[in-house]
Design a protein. Structure first.
Length: 158
């Protein structure tokens, strides 16, 4: 019995070590608008989502289906940078995670816009964030204007 237990512990040691470090690599490698797309697997794990990647000319769309029924699309260019994110579904995704350093721009706009977070339309020369919806029907998108690959229209980023 003791040798069986010792063998089991030896076999599980790598799994235990990975589980102990998982919170470190999951939070460190999350994709966010404008950030290097280090690991789609981390967002998949953090959001508990299923994923489907679709290559397009000059970029890839990573569609994450969240347990809530919301779909999140992260658009990464050939350099591995997330240049756009979009979402739609019955629940808002974690916008802090998706928008990254641009989340504060979203919050400032929401605070000064009539309707608050139910309708946000930020349009600058470098950044566009559009979000809206109501209970069980939320949608939005955000993109970096100067990072959209050649031949791609902002209408493609939905």
């Amino acid at each position: 019995m003791t040798s069986t237990r010792a063998g089991l512990i030896r076999r599980l040691a790598p799994v235990i070590a990975l589980a102990a470090t998982a919170p470190l690599w999951v939070t460190a490698a999350q994709a966010a608008l404008g950030a290097p797309y280090a690991s789609i697997a981390s967002d998949q794990a953090t959001l508990a989502a299923s994923i489907k990647a679709t290559p397009r000319a000059g970029y890839t769309v990573h569609e994450l289906a969240l347990p809530s029924g919301t779909l999140v699309r992260e658009f990464s260019n050939a350099n591995g940078t997330v240049f756009a994110v979009a979402w739609n579904g019955p629940a808002k995704p974690n916008l802090n995670q998706l928008l990254g350093s641009y989340f504060s721009d979203f919050v400032k706009t929401a605070q000064t816009t009539p309707g608050g977070r139910n309708h946000v339309n930020l349009s600058r020369s470098d950044l566009v964030i559009q979000a809206g919806g109501h209970m069980r029907a939320f949608f939005g998108r955000a993109y970096l204007v100067g990072s959209i690959p050649d031949g791609v229209s902002s209408d493609d980023l939905r």
